[in-house]
Design a protein around this ligand. Sequence first.
Ligand SMILES: O=C(O)[C@@H](O)[C@H](O)[C@H](O)C(=O)CO
Length: 472
Amino acid sequence: MSLLNDDFLLTNDMAKKLFHDHAEKMPIIDFHCHLEPKEIYENKNYDNITQVWINEGNFGDHYKWRLMRANGVKEDLITGDGDDYEKFIAWAKTIEKAFGNPLYEWTHLELRRFFGIDDVFSEKTAPAIWEKANKMLATEDFKPRNLIKRSNVEVVCTTDDPASDLKYHKLLKEEEKENGFKVLPAMRPDAVFNLTSAGYDDYLKQLSAISGKDINSFKDLMAALDQRFDFFETMGGSLSDHGLNFFRFNKASDSEVDAIIKKARNNEDLTETEIDKYQTMVVEELMKLNKKHNWTMQFHMNVIRDANKPMLKAFGSNGGFDSMGTQADIADQFMKLLIDMQSENELPKMILYSLNPNDWLQLASGMGDFQQDGVQKIQLGAAWWFNDTYTGMTNQLTTMAEQSLLSNFVGMLTDSRSFLSYPRHEYFRRVLCNLIGTWAERGQVPEDEELLGKMVEDISYNNAHDYFGFYK
Ligand SMILES: O=C(O)[C@@H](O)[C@H](O)[C@H](O)C(=O)CO
């Protein structure tokens, strides 16, 4: 079978029918990504393929950066100020060794789907690809908004701090009809959650200023966030996202949390218990706000972030120095949260992602304890980050099917920082269709294309359309 031919990953006739006649045509709702609204609004061409593929700064592709480092590429040709062409050649030398890594298929898919280049990308073919791709990047078709449109994307949900003024979302909203797609903010209040981070006090001052709420207590803090929920809603927001790298459930009174906030604002050392108590109460109050506003709450759990401290100092976060977390009882701790909030009838719609697949069965079976008021109120999130692979996707889909109703799943997201990443949805849809096609081949489900085709179309688009409320 030739590389990425029309039927790649589709190993039986039903899989091929499900993908080509049902999944492939469905629009994309990308409900979690890290694209910059400013870049979408300014809509500028990129000077060369290194800028759109490898990039620098906080919005570059750390998936590529990790592989390049593994291949011995010096940092100046990754995130540093090295020559763009040399960076491109360094990436070519890396990708030609990446057989079996999703980036091998993603990279070639992006060359095919956007540039019409179906060469095998290598050091040998890189010079010609550089010339051909850069010529195309200078055209109208390769401006960010057209890359989104060409990918049949209807919704892009960015990741935004509560203290953001959503300036570019407002500007893009005014051009939404002309663009043909929505750019919606998803609130990521990690800066509130991570009270031990430097600048916590300054951040609360920033949040107070933009919300118009004085923040002298825990109740004030939540009132300020409630105002931000209202504001995000004016921009079409109905989604929040929370990085629970580590979590221990430990309740506290308002007065205890007030005292913890005071200590954090004074840069005083906090005990682990104090941190746990603060984070537990903040996440509980955020759950109440999500429920009050009928938003969906995403949890991204079990991550070791910024493991390489010298590089954190030199580069900052999101530099490709994060990895799977190993908190063995994070699902237990999270279940305590769900049990507590269910007893107060305060559970919002939720999507649960863990970077550690060992948590998936616990989360998927646990969410089954709370599936009330609505279709698939709680979802096991798509295979995330290091699990965004053929194996990871197959395992997540299988777990969701075996523990709940895969037919209700809201499907894939790019989670990306590059406008060329939308073929990740195609890759997911191929994995999905092949899995369901295999079930049909094995006699586990009816060999009924109409029935299975509806399931595939729902997971690819219809479920997300109905679940998030983006189209109200
Ligand atoms: O949302 C997250 O926590 C992760 O997606 C994180 O931002 C990571 O850098 C990423 O982009 C993984 O694809």
